[in-house]
Design a protein around this ligand. Structure first.
Ligand code: ATP
Length: 277
């Protein structure tokens, strides 16, 4: 009898997948239109300063991020990565061009309306977890809602802690958690309201390699299992290699845009553009 070779399992980075989310927690206040980009920048120009001090941070940039897409943004220092995220999230206003979050054109909104759209549709995670050390985990997660005058919804908080893989930590203080767990708390806080888009600025920059891989697996799971669009800035080719798409910027313009590649390839591309890997 001829033995049939079984398909070999695909080698993957160690992944601790949080459980899939059931019908729990708060429902989103918007729906993802899967046919439209979650974020779209069209001809966006952003200049800081004036006259001889003027710096063009974004130079007519056009780019779109699809629902559930996990994109890494790379590029040399000063290439416009942070400005892209700030403009895409409505935290900074372009001098020219259009930014749309889903179907909403941010330029058409007043300050309050823009803040509401931002709150409902976007979440942010930074390198430093930005947790309040004196508050327990659950309160850190609920904080944006509490500051907006809302009442804490413990069930929704417990659900999101389970979603990011740290169920049972609600009553602990941040210092009682590892760095990777603290970043998961920051991710939980950012996705509590189920934003369509999660912006992450060097989210693994302060983590060791094991915690880095856990947080990257979490981001991948949020995109693949929960449909969250992830836009992540990183200098680290190993981190960027976890994304489905890698975009390179140089001088505020698009310098590369392609699917997943190896860390070695990404490092070479970054060096070619003048950045350090
Ligand atoms: N608030 C600001 N005022 C003046 N210039 C700014 C401001 N923010 C950014 N810039 C300039 O705009 C350009 C793009 O900056 P940005 O921070 O977007 O780049 P970056 O790619 O994120 O850089 P890095 O990798 O160093 O964080 C840089 O030349 C920067 O000095």
């Amino acid at each position: 009898m001829v033995m049939q070779a079984l398909p070999r399992p695909v080698a993957r980075a160690p992944v601790t997948r949080p459980p899939r989310l059931g019908i729990v927690g708060r429902m989103p206040t918007h729906t993802n239109d899967r046919t439209a980009p979650a974020v779209r920048l069209q001809g966006v120009r952003k200049v800081y300063g004036t006259g001889s001090a003027a710096v063009t941070a974004l130079d007519g940039l056009s780019i779109a991020f699809a629902p559930a897409e996990f994109t890494a943004i790379m590029g040399p220092s000063g290439s416009g990565k942070s400005t892209l995220m700030l403009c895409a999230a409505g935290l900074d206003e372009p001098d020219a061009g259009q930014v749309k979050l889903g179907s909403v054109d941010l330029a058409g909104l007043g300050d309050r309306e823009r803040a509401r759209v931002r709150r409902e549709r976007t979440g942010f995670v930074f390198q430093s977890y930005n947790l309040v050390p004196t508050l327990p985990v659950w309160m850190n997660v609920a904080l944006p809602g509490l500051m907006g005058g809302g009442r804490p919804d413990r069930r929704a908080v417990d659900d999101v802690l389970a979603r990011v893989g740290i169920a049972g930590t609600a009553r602990r203080l941040p210092a009682q958690l590892s760095g990777g767990q603290q970043q998961r708390v920051a991710v939980a806080r950012a996705v509590l309201s189920r934003p369509a888009v999660l912006f992450a600025d060097e989210p693994t920059g302060a983590l060791d390699t094991a915690a880095r891989d856990e947080v990257l697996a979490l981001l991948r799971s949020l995109a693949a299992d929960h449909g969250t669009t992830i836009v992540m800035v990183t200098h680290d080719p190993v981190v960027a290699a976890a994304a489905d798409r890698v975009v390179f910027l140089r001088d505020g313009r698009l310098a590369g845009d392609a699917g997943a590649r190896s860390a070695a390839e990404l490092g070479r591309e970054l060096a070619r553009l003048g950045g350090a890997a």
